[in-house]
Design a protein around this ligand. Structure first.
Ligand SMILES: [Zn+2]
Length: 373
Protein backbone atom coordinates (compact mmCIF):
# COMPACT_ATOMS: atom_id res chain seq x y z
CA UNK A 1 0.00 0.00 0.00
CA UNK A 2 1.61 3.27 -1.02
CA UNK A 3 1.67 6.04 1.58
CA UNK A 4 -0.59 8.98 1.05
CA UNK A 5 0.83 11.19 -1.62
CA UNK A 6 1.69 14.80 -0.99
CA UNK A 7 0.47 17.13 -3.65
CA UNK A 8 2.92 19.55 -5.10
CA UNK A 9 2.54 23.14 -6.09
CA UNK A 10 0.82 23.75 -9.40
CA UNK A 11 0.94 26.67 -11.81
CA UNK A 12 1.52 30.21 -10.60
CA UNK A 13 2.28 29.07 -7.07
CA UNK A 14 -1.28 27.97 -6.63
CA UNK A 15 -1.74 24.52 -5.14
CA UNK A 16 -4.52 22.25 -6.29
CA UNK A 17 -6.08 22.69 -2.84
CA UNK A 18 -6.06 26.47 -3.24
CA UNK A 19 -7.61 26.32 -6.67
CA UNK A 20 -10.26 24.04 -5.18
CA UNK A 21 -10.86 26.64 -2.50
CA UNK A 22 -11.66 29.15 -5.21
CA UNK A 23 -14.83 27.18 -5.68
CA UNK A 24 -15.62 27.59 -1.98
CA UNK A 25 -14.08 25.81 0.97
CA UNK A 26 -17.29 24.67 2.65
CA UNK A 27 -18.00 21.79 0.38
CA UNK A 28 -17.17 18.34 1.53
CA UNK A 29 -18.80 15.76 -0.65
CA UNK A 30 -17.83 14.96 -4.20
CA UNK A 31 -21.39 15.61 -5.33
CA UNK A 32 -21.42 19.11 -3.90
CA UNK A 33 -18.12 20.17 -5.45
CA UNK A 34 -19.25 19.02 -8.87
CA UNK A 35 -22.64 20.66 -8.47
CA UNK A 36 -21.06 23.90 -7.37
CA UNK A 37 -18.54 23.88 -10.20
CA UNK A 38 -21.26 23.27 -12.72
CA UNK A 39 -23.58 25.87 -11.19
CA UNK A 40 -20.88 28.53 -11.19
CA UNK A 41 -19.99 27.77 -14.79
CA UNK A 42 -16.39 27.34 -13.73
CA UNK A 43 -15.78 23.82 -14.86
CA UNK A 44 -12.13 23.00 -15.14
CA UNK A 45 -12.60 22.48 -18.84
CA UNK A 46 -14.38 25.66 -19.74
CA UNK A 47 -12.39 27.96 -17.54
CA UNK A 48 -9.12 26.05 -17.91
CA UNK A 49 -8.60 26.47 -14.20
CA UNK A 50 -6.98 23.18 -13.41
CA UNK A 51 -8.26 20.06 -11.73
CA UNK A 52 -10.93 19.80 -9.04
CA UNK A 53 -10.51 18.10 -5.68
CA UNK A 54 -12.77 17.40 -2.77
CA UNK A 55 -11.75 18.65 0.64
CA UNK A 56 -10.62 15.15 1.45
CA UNK A 57 -8.05 15.46 -1.33
CA UNK A 58 -9.76 13.27 -3.91
CA UNK A 59 -9.61 14.44 -7.50
CA UNK A 60 -12.87 14.32 -9.43
CA UNK A 61 -13.85 14.49 -13.08
CA UNK A 62 -15.40 17.92 -13.69
CA UNK A 63 -18.62 16.47 -15.09
CA UNK A 64 -18.86 13.94 -12.28
CA UNK A 65 -18.09 10.97 -14.57
CA UNK A 66 -17.31 7.82 -12.61
CA UNK A 67 -17.93 4.14 -12.72
CA UNK A 68 -20.85 2.84 -10.71
CA UNK A 69 -21.00 -0.92 -10.78
CA UNK A 70 -23.47 -2.97 -8.84
CA UNK A 71 -21.95 -5.73 -6.73
CA UNK A 72 -21.58 -8.73 -8.98
CA UNK A 73 -21.20 -6.79 -12.22
CA UNK A 74 -17.44 -6.56 -11.73
CA UNK A 75 -17.20 -10.27 -10.97
CA UNK A 76 -19.22 -11.05 -14.07
CA UNK A 77 -16.82 -9.00 -16.20
CA UNK A 78 -13.84 -10.71 -14.55
CA UNK A 79 -15.26 -14.18 -15.19
CA UNK A 80 -15.88 -13.28 -18.80
CA UNK A 81 -12.30 -11.99 -19.07
CA UNK A 82 -10.92 -15.27 -17.74
CA UNK A 83 -12.93 -17.38 -20.18
CA UNK A 84 -10.22 -16.80 -22.64
CA UNK A 85 -11.83 -17.15 -26.07
CA UNK A 86 -9.67 -14.89 -28.21
CA UNK A 87 -8.77 -12.82 -25.19
CA UNK A 88 -5.10 -13.23 -26.10
CA UNK A 89 -3.24 -13.97 -29.34
CA UNK A 90 -2.42 -17.65 -29.84
CA UNK A 91 1.15 -16.86 -30.84
CA UNK A 92 3.69 -14.20 -29.90
CA UNK A 93 3.09 -10.99 -31.79
CA UNK A 94 5.80 -9.79 -34.16
CA UNK A 95 8.16 -7.26 -32.66
CA UNK A 96 10.28 -5.47 -35.24
CA UNK A 97 12.13 -3.05 -32.95
CA UNK A 98 15.73 -2.82 -34.10
CA UNK A 99 16.90 -0.16 -31.65
CA UNK A 100 16.24 3.55 -31.57
CA UNK A 101 17.62 5.74 -34.34
CA UNK A 102 20.89 7.53 -33.53
CA UNK A 103 19.33 10.87 -34.35
CA UNK A 104 15.81 11.60 -33.17
CA UNK A 105 13.44 12.81 -35.90
CA UNK A 106 11.27 15.91 -36.09
CA UNK A 107 8.27 13.60 -35.84
CA UNK A 108 8.25 9.82 -35.51
CA UNK A 109 6.63 7.39 -33.11
CA UNK A 110 7.25 3.77 -32.09
CA UNK A 111 4.60 1.77 -30.22
CA UNK A 112 5.60 -1.01 -27.82
CA UNK A 113 2.17 -2.45 -27.00
CA UNK A 114 -0.49 -1.10 -24.62
CA UNK A 115 0.18 2.63 -24.10
CA UNK A 116 3.98 2.57 -24.18
CA UNK A 117 5.38 4.73 -26.99
CA UNK A 118 8.65 6.38 -27.92
CA UNK A 119 7.91 9.76 -29.46
CA UNK A 120 10.59 11.58 -31.44
CA UNK A 121 9.73 15.23 -31.74
CA UNK A 122 11.91 18.18 -32.66
CA UNK A 123 15.01 16.02 -32.15
CA UNK A 124 13.97 14.92 -28.63
CA UNK A 125 13.13 11.41 -27.44
CA UNK A 126 10.13 11.14 -25.11
CA UNK A 127 8.81 7.92 -23.62
CA UNK A 128 5.13 7.95 -22.73
CA UNK A 129 3.63 5.55 -20.17
CA UNK A 130 6.58 3.12 -20.52
CA UNK A 131 5.03 0.07 -18.89
CA UNK A 132 7.44 -2.57 -20.22
CA UNK A 133 7.12 -5.21 -17.50
CA UNK A 134 5.53 -8.67 -17.64
CA UNK A 135 2.37 -8.01 -15.60
CA UNK A 136 -0.04 -5.20 -14.77
CA UNK A 137 -0.94 -6.76 -11.44
CA UNK A 138 1.03 -6.20 -8.23
CA UNK A 139 -0.21 -9.61 -7.08
CA UNK A 140 0.29 -13.01 -8.76
CA UNK A 141 -3.20 -13.07 -10.29
CA UNK A 142 -4.23 -15.01 -13.40
CA UNK A 143 -4.95 -11.90 -15.43
CA UNK A 144 -3.00 -8.84 -16.48
CA UNK A 145 0.02 -10.79 -17.76
CA UNK A 146 1.63 -9.62 -20.98
CA UNK A 147 0.77 -11.61 -24.09
CA UNK A 148 2.92 -14.70 -24.46
CA UNK A 149 6.59 -14.32 -25.30
CA UNK A 150 6.18 -10.75 -26.30
CA UNK A 151 9.17 -8.72 -25.17
CA UNK A 152 8.31 -5.10 -25.82
CA UNK A 153 11.70 -3.47 -25.62
CA UNK A 154 15.20 -4.12 -24.35
CA UNK A 155 15.60 -1.12 -22.08
CA UNK A 156 19.37 -1.55 -21.99
CA UNK A 157 19.46 -1.05 -25.77
CA UNK A 158 17.81 2.36 -25.54
CA UNK A 159 19.84 5.52 -26.06
CA UNK A 160 19.40 8.50 -23.74
CA UNK A 161 15.78 9.54 -23.36
CA UNK A 162 15.11 13.22 -22.80
CA UNK A 163 11.98 12.68 -20.73
CA UNK A 164 9.38 10.22 -19.52
CA UNK A 165 5.76 11.40 -19.42
CA UNK A 166 3.26 9.52 -17.27
CA UNK A 167 -0.50 9.89 -17.64
CA UNK A 168 -1.59 8.44 -14.27
CA UNK A 169 -0.59 5.98 -11.58
CA UNK A 170 -2.41 2.79 -12.64
CA UNK A 171 -0.14 -0.26 -12.85
CA UNK A 172 -0.60 -0.69 -16.59
CA UNK A 173 0.87 2.81 -17.13
CA UNK A 174 3.24 3.36 -14.22
CA UNK A 175 5.43 0.31 -13.69
CA UNK A 176 8.03 0.47 -10.94
CA UNK A 177 10.39 -2.06 -12.55
CA UNK A 178 10.37 -0.22 -15.88
CA UNK A 179 10.89 3.16 -14.22
CA UNK A 180 13.84 1.94 -12.15
CA UNK A 181 15.55 0.41 -15.18
CA UNK A 182 14.88 3.45 -17.34
CA UNK A 183 15.86 6.04 -14.74
CA UNK A 184 19.65 6.11 -15.43
CA UNK A 185 19.07 7.04 -19.07
CA UNK A 186 16.17 9.48 -18.58
CA UNK A 187 16.63 13.22 -18.24
CA UNK A 188 13.36 14.31 -16.65
CA UNK A 189 10.00 12.96 -15.55
CA UNK A 190 6.67 14.75 -16.12
CA UNK A 191 3.61 13.59 -14.19
CA UNK A 192 0.16 14.83 -13.21
CA UNK A 193 -0.18 16.24 -9.66
CA UNK A 194 0.65 13.71 -6.96
CA UNK A 195 2.10 11.00 -9.19
CA UNK A 196 5.64 12.24 -8.58
CA UNK A 197 5.39 10.95 -4.99
CA UNK A 198 5.62 7.39 -6.31
CA UNK A 199 8.80 8.24 -8.23
CA UNK A 200 10.38 9.98 -5.25
CA UNK A 201 9.59 7.00 -3.05
CA UNK A 202 11.42 4.82 -5.58
CA UNK A 203 14.51 6.99 -5.27
CA UNK A 204 14.21 9.43 -8.14
CA UNK A 205 15.39 12.91 -7.10
CA UNK A 206 12.65 15.51 -6.76
CA UNK A 207 14.69 17.84 -8.99
CA UNK A 208 14.16 15.42 -11.90
CA UNK A 209 10.36 15.43 -11.56
CA UNK A 210 7.80 18.03 -12.64
CA UNK A 211 4.22 17.54 -11.45
CA UNK A 212 1.66 19.42 -13.48
CA UNK A 213 -1.96 20.34 -12.99
CA UNK A 214 -4.30 20.34 -16.00
CA UNK A 215 -3.44 23.15 -18.45
CA UNK A 216 -0.09 23.60 -16.72
CA UNK A 217 2.96 23.44 -18.98
CA UNK A 218 6.75 23.23 -19.01
CA UNK A 219 9.36 23.72 -21.73
CA UNK A 220 11.91 21.09 -22.63
CA UNK A 221 14.37 22.60 -25.14
CA UNK A 222 11.98 24.11 -27.70
CA UNK A 223 9.15 21.70 -26.97
CA UNK A 224 6.11 22.65 -24.86
CA UNK A 225 4.78 19.87 -22.65
CA UNK A 226 1.23 20.56 -21.48
CA UNK A 227 -0.77 18.42 -19.05
CA UNK A 228 -4.31 18.40 -20.38
CA UNK A 229 -7.50 16.90 -18.89
CA UNK A 230 -8.65 13.31 -19.14
CA UNK A 231 -11.80 11.61 -17.81
CA UNK A 232 -10.56 8.78 -15.67
CA UNK A 233 -9.53 7.90 -12.10
CA UNK A 234 -6.41 6.80 -10.23
CA UNK A 235 -5.07 4.62 -7.46
CA UNK A 236 -2.72 1.69 -6.85
CA UNK A 237 -4.15 0.33 -3.60
CA UNK A 238 -7.40 0.02 -1.72
CA UNK A 239 -7.23 3.37 0.04
CA UNK A 240 -5.61 5.79 -2.41
CA UNK A 241 -8.35 6.05 -5.00
CA UNK A 242 -8.25 9.41 -6.81
CA UNK A 243 -5.59 10.86 -4.49
CA UNK A 244 -3.41 11.60 -7.54
CA UNK A 245 -4.40 13.30 -10.77
CA UNK A 246 -4.86 11.73 -14.23
CA UNK A 247 -4.08 13.60 -17.44
CA UNK A 248 -3.55 13.52 -21.16
CA UNK A 249 -0.47 15.14 -22.70
CA UNK A 250 -0.27 17.79 -25.37
CA UNK A 251 3.20 18.13 -26.90
CA UNK A 252 3.87 21.14 -29.05
CA UNK A 253 6.92 21.87 -31.18
CA UNK A 254 7.52 24.11 -34.15
CA UNK A 255 7.82 20.96 -36.26
CA UNK A 256 4.73 19.10 -35.01
CA UNK A 257 1.78 18.99 -32.61
CA UNK A 258 1.01 15.71 -30.87
CA UNK A 259 -1.66 14.50 -28.42
CA UNK A 260 -1.51 11.48 -26.10
CA UNK A 261 -4.84 10.52 -24.53
CA UNK A 262 -3.68 8.58 -21.48
CA UNK A 263 -6.76 6.71 -20.27
CA UNK A 264 -10.03 8.53 -20.80
CA UNK A 265 -13.69 8.11 -21.40
CA UNK A 266 -15.25 10.26 -24.07
CA UNK A 267 -16.00 13.75 -22.80
CA UNK A 268 -16.07 17.47 -23.58
CA UNK A 269 -12.37 17.88 -22.80
CA UNK A 270 -11.34 16.63 -26.24
CA UNK A 271 -13.09 19.49 -27.96
CA UNK A 272 -11.69 21.99 -25.43
CA UNK A 273 -8.15 20.73 -26.02
CA UNK A 274 -8.62 20.69 -29.79
CA UNK A 275 -9.89 24.25 -29.72
CA UNK A 276 -6.93 25.47 -27.74
CA UNK A 277 -4.06 23.39 -29.14
CA UNK A 278 -5.22 21.68 -32.34
CA UNK A 279 -4.91 20.77 -35.08
CA UNK A 280 -2.68 17.81 -34.21
CA UNK A 281 -0.43 16.02 -36.69
CA UNK A 282 -0.75 12.88 -34.58
CA UNK A 283 -3.08 11.71 -31.85
CA UNK A 284 -2.41 8.59 -29.78
CA UNK A 285 -5.83 7.50 -28.57
CA UNK A 286 -6.70 4.74 -26.13
CA UNK A 287 -8.97 2.22 -27.78
CA UNK A 288 -8.93 -1.07 -25.85
CA UNK A 289 -9.99 -2.52 -22.47
CA UNK A 290 -13.44 -1.00 -22.76
CA UNK A 291 -16.84 -2.15 -21.56
CA UNK A 292 -20.27 -0.52 -21.28
CA UNK A 293 -19.94 -0.82 -17.50
CA UNK A 294 -16.92 1.49 -17.41
CA UNK A 295 -17.57 3.57 -20.50
CA UNK A 296 -17.34 6.74 -18.40
CA UNK A 297 -13.61 6.24 -17.90
CA UNK A 298 -12.45 4.24 -20.96
CA UNK A 299 -13.30 4.96 -24.60
CA UNK A 300 -15.09 2.60 -26.92
CA UNK A 301 -13.26 2.42 -30.29
CA UNK A 302 -15.96 4.58 -31.87
CA UNK A 303 -15.44 7.12 -29.06
CA UNK A 304 -11.72 7.20 -29.90
CA UNK A 305 -12.45 8.21 -33.49
CA UNK A 306 -14.94 10.83 -32.37
CA UNK A 307 -12.45 12.24 -29.85
CA UNK A 308 -9.72 12.34 -32.51
CA UNK A 309 -12.01 14.46 -34.68
CA UNK A 310 -12.89 16.74 -31.74
CA UNK A 311 -9.16 17.24 -31.24
CA UNK A 312 -8.77 18.12 -34.92
CA UNK A 313 -6.31 15.28 -35.40
CA UNK A 314 -4.73 14.24 -38.69
CA UNK A 315 -3.34 10.73 -38.05
CA UNK A 316 -4.68 8.47 -35.28
CA UNK A 317 -2.42 5.85 -33.66
CA UNK A 318 -4.45 3.51 -31.41
CA UNK A 319 -2.94 2.65 -28.01
CA UNK A 320 -4.05 0.72 -24.88
CA UNK A 321 -4.34 -2.58 -26.76
CA UNK A 322 -2.05 -5.35 -28.03
CA UNK A 323 -0.30 -6.34 -24.78
CA UNK A 324 -2.69 -7.14 -21.93
CA UNK A 325 -6.23 -8.41 -21.41
CA UNK A 326 -7.94 -6.06 -18.98
CA UNK A 327 -11.51 -6.19 -20.31
CA UNK A 328 -13.89 -8.84 -21.61
CA UNK A 329 -13.48 -8.41 -25.35
CA UNK A 330 -11.44 -10.24 -28.00
CA UNK A 331 -7.92 -8.86 -28.24
CA UNK A 332 -8.40 -7.83 -31.91
CA UNK A 333 -11.85 -6.29 -31.46
CA UNK A 334 -10.61 -2.75 -30.68
CA UNK A 335 -8.84 -2.52 -34.02
CA UNK A 336 -11.62 -4.13 -36.01
CA UNK A 337 -14.12 -1.65 -34.57
CA UNK A 338 -11.70 1.26 -34.87
CA UNK A 339 -11.07 0.52 -38.55
CA UNK A 340 -14.79 0.50 -39.28
CA UNK A 341 -15.42 3.73 -37.43
CA UNK A 342 -12.40 5.47 -38.97
CA UNK A 343 -13.21 4.40 -42.52
CA UNK A 344 -16.79 5.62 -42.17
CA UNK A 345 -15.62 9.18 -41.60
CA UNK A 346 -12.29 9.19 -43.44
CA UNK A 347 -9.96 9.27 -40.43
CA UNK A 348 -6.40 8.14 -41.24
CA UNK A 349 -5.06 5.35 -39.03
CA UNK A 350 -1.49 4.30 -38.32
CA UNK A 351 -1.47 0.60 -37.39
CA UNK A 352 2.17 -0.29 -36.82
CA UNK A 353 3.53 -3.58 -35.62
CA UNK A 354 5.11 -3.50 -32.19
CA UNK A 355 8.44 -1.71 -32.41
CA UNK A 356 7.84 -0.30 -35.92
CA UNK A 357 8.94 3.31 -36.38
CA UNK A 358 6.13 5.39 -37.86
CA UNK A 359 6.48 8.70 -39.68
CA UNK A 360 2.99 10.23 -39.47
CA UNK A 361 3.68 12.44 -42.49
CA UNK A 362 4.86 9.51 -44.62
CA UNK A 363 3.23 6.25 -45.68
CA UNK A 364 1.20 4.89 -42.79
CA UNK A 365 1.64 1.25 -41.72
CA UNK A 366 -1.37 -1.07 -41.90
CA UNK A 367 -0.46 -4.11 -39.83
CA UNK A 368 -3.01 -6.79 -40.51
CA UNK A 369 -3.36 -8.13 -36.99
CA UNK A 370 -5.53 -11.02 -38.08
CA UNK A 371 -2.43 -12.63 -39.58
CA UNK A 372 -1.04 -12.84 -36.06
CA UNK A 373 -3.99 -14.53 -34.39
ZN1 LIG B 1 -6.11 3.75 -15.99
Amino acid sequence: MPPRTVLSTGRAGCTARESFNNFGGRMKAEESIIEEAQRSGLSALEAERGSLRTREGRFVNPNGARVEMRPGQGMQALRSMLRSEQRRPARALPNVFAGAADVAADLAVTWFGHSAVLLEIDGLRLLLDPMLGPSTSPLPLPFGRRFALQRPLDIDALPAVDAVLLSHDHYDHLDKGSILRLAPRVGHFYTPLGVGAHLRRWGIAASRISELDWWDERSLADVRIVATPAQHFSGRGLRDRNSTLWASWTILASSARVYFSGDSGYGPHFEAIGRRFGPFDLTMMECGQYNELWRAIHSMPEDSVRAHRDLRGEVLLPIHWGAFTLAPHAWTEPIERLRGAAEAVGVRLALPRIGERVFPRGDLPRWDILESV
